[in-house]
Every structure is written in C-alpha cells, then in structure tokens.
Design a protein around this ligand. Structure first.
Ligand code: TXA
Ligand code: MG
Length: 346
C-alpha cells in the first residue's frame, strides 16, 4: 500500500485551475479528466460543497481519497454520475421510487442509497451492501463527469472531521499538497451537503437531512423515516456508518444555544473570553457583547448557502468560542440544525 501511495504521490503544492462556473474551458476539463483516468485526485465544485474526486471504479484511486482526507475506512463514499442511466451499472436494483425521485430532483442535491452491483469496489461502500449515488447540478461537475466518462467517487474535499469546503480556497487550506488538482469554479452556491436517502430499506430512511427537504421527498414517494439523531441530540444507534455525531466541525469550540445567546455571551466576556455569535432571522437591533456578530437570513436556503463560509471565517479568527443561536426546531430548518448540532458535539 505504501509503495502505491509513493508512486502516485501528489505534488507538494496542489495545482489550482480557475474555470468559468457556467462554461468551464475544455482544456481544464481534459487535464482534470486525464488525472482521474490515471488514478489521481481532483477537487471540483458541486452545487452543494466542493468534492474530492477519484475514479469510482479504481479501488487504488479511491484508497487515495481516504489517505488524503484521513478518512476512516468505515465511512463509505458517494459516487457521482452524469445522469440516471449511468447509475444502472453501479446498482443491483433501481426501484420505482428511485426513478421517480431521480426524475424530480436530479441533477440536484439528493443522494440515493441502493443495493450495489459488484462493479463498485468495496472500498467505496466501506465493505457494505449498498452504494450511494447522485447526479450533481453544477455545470463544472457535470462537464467533468462527461469529459472523463467515469463515475466519480467524491466525499467533501476537506480533511476528515473538518468543515466542508464551499470555496476552492477552503480546499487549498485543508488539502494543499495532498491532492493533484483543484478546479476553482467559484463558491458552491447550495452550501450544505446533499440530502442522503436510503432506498435499500422500506420505508426509506433519511440518513442525512439536506436542501431537498423531507416534505419534498414525501410529496414524491410517501412516508420517509427520520433518523433518531435528527430529532434528538442524544446518542442513539446511528443508521449509517458515516453518520458520526461529531462532524463538520470548526476548530474553535461551537456552542449551540436554543434561544437567546446574550447571557452566555455576557458570562464569557466577564471571564475574559473573546467570542463570536451567529444568529438566524430578522436581525434584532440589540448588539451582543461579542467580538463579531453575524446575522444570517431567516430562511433556510439563504442561511445554508452562507453557513460554512461564515464558520470558516469565524474559525480563522482564533476566538475562544463561536456561539450559535439555533434556528427554530421545524422541518424546514432540519438540515441547518443537524449540521450545527454536529459541529457543536465534542
Ligand atoms: O453534497 C454532497 O453530498 C457532497 C458533494 C461533494 O457531493 N459530498 C459529501 O460526501 O458530503 P461525504 O463523504 O462528506 O458524505 C457522504 C455521506 C456520509 O455521511 C456517508 O456515510 C454517507 O454519505 N454514505 C455514503 N455512502 C453510503 C452508503 N453506501 N450507505 C449509507 N451512507 C452512505
Ligand atoms: Mg464530508
């Protein structure tokens, strides 16, 4: 194994190629595709967050993803494809529910977990019987899938346990020198990882809330089961090996608060701490006793689009804590609350 990493060791400084998000240059795509075809690693923008891609059919290439991220081998990877037809060789079943969801939400931020076919290397599925697949909606991701003619295995392009990247600069900060190339196609506009739905079980189970909401899923396929941890912060048997409670975390301790953060901010300031506060919704006039205050929109999609960028920015300030006033405990805020609770878990 170590010989293998030796032979394909990425350059000391990762190359960054800037591309037009809507019309990426063919030259850049060809270069990225060639790297994927020879087993290398390419980070690229999707409509959710940046992904770290490898040829999904090449077990050695996928092993390099785990090495570059420091990702535990028991956490399976999502496979990205250009269209629903390209899923068929990767799965052992394509149920009608999958067909209906694909027609409604692909390309888009929905990942479907299905029984795998034996073409999928077991490292991609972490040895499990299922594979997670999605068609991303970003023109750069789609163009790369088409140019390479490969299914691309791609987790978020960050070191394991760190915040997901929504810009190429975030990827550089996390993975410089560990991967071959970054396609910089500007900020990822969705800002939160895809919704993950397990269709290998009935009724289907929501493994990760995301920008495609439960209400939207249920309008197409009927009842969906929510994961235990989505409705309660306490530990419960986790439905997916990758759904670790602590994930997506900044280095600065993040304190999630139900309700108003003023008391906590005041107490910490009195103790000599430097803290920031993030709030959602119409910004109230009262300024908190904090170094930095960020008011995100009172609307889930708008907040999701900015959340990680704000946390990356606050994390860089080296404060003692980031206080977050959680948005309301309603279904439309499920994904944002889920990520905040994971970031707060220690
Ligand atoms: O938006 C996204 O989904 C981004 C972009 C790059 O597509 N990708 C992403 O990948 O967030 P990652 O690896 O950071 O998260 C994938 C999640 C993990 O929680 C993993 O455990 C779960 O999907 N997953 C992957 N394959 C699975 C499988 N076969 N069964 C159950 N869960 C799976
Ligand atoms: Mg991730």
């Amino acid at each position: 194994m170590s010989d293998l990493f030796q032979a394909a060791r990425p350059p000391m400084t990762t190359e960054v190629l800037t591309v037009q998000p809507q019309a990426p240059a063919l030259e850049a795509l060809r270069r990225a595709a060639a790297i994927l075809q020879r087993g290398g690693l390419v980070a690229f923008p999707t409509e959710t967050v940046y992904g770290l891609g490898a040829n999904a059919l090449d077990a050695d290439a996928c092993a390099r993803i785990f090495a570059a991220k420091g990702r535990p081998a028991h956490n399976p990877i999502i496979v990205h494809v250009a269209d629903a037809a390209s899923v068929l060789p990767l799965v052992a079943a394509w149920p009608e529910q999958a067909e209906r969801l694909a027609q409604r939400f692909w390309p888009g931020p929905l990942t479907l977990v299905l029984p795998r076919s034996d073409r999928v290397p077991s490292i991609v599925t972490a040895g499990g019987p299922t594979v997670a697949v999605r068609v991303p909606a970003h023109p750069v991701a789609l163009a790369l899938l088409r140019e390479s003619s490969l299914p691309i295995a791609a987790p978020s392009a960050n070191r394991s346990m760190q915040l997901s990247p929504t810009t190429a600069e975030h990827v550089v900060q996390s993975l410089n020198g560990r991967i071959d190339l970054i396609l910089d196609g500007g900020p990822a506009t969705g800002g939160l990882e895809s919704t993950v739905l397990d269709l290998s079980r009935q009724p289907p189970v929501l493994l990760r809330p995301g920008l495609v909401t439960v209400a939207e899923l249920e309008s197409i396929i009927g009842a969906v089961v929510l994961p235990m941890h989505a409705s309660a912060p306490t530990a419960a048997p986790l439905p997916s090996p990758g759904m670790l409670p602590r994930h997506y975390a900044p280095r600065t301790p993040l304190i999630a608060i139900e309700g108003n953060a003023t008391d906590e901010a005041t107490r910490r300031r009195a103790a000599g701490q430097r803290v920031a506060c993030v709030r959602f919704g119409p910004s109230s006039a009262d300024a908190l006793p904090v170094e930095r205050q960020v008011d995100l929109p009172g609307e889930p999609a708008g907040s999701a689009a900015r959340l990680y960028a704000v946390l990356h920015e606050l994390d860089a300030l080296g404060l003692d804590a980031i206080l977050v006033e959680l948005p309301p405990a309603t279904q439309e805020w499920l994904a944002v609350r889920d990520r905040l609770r994971r970031a707060a878990a220690r």
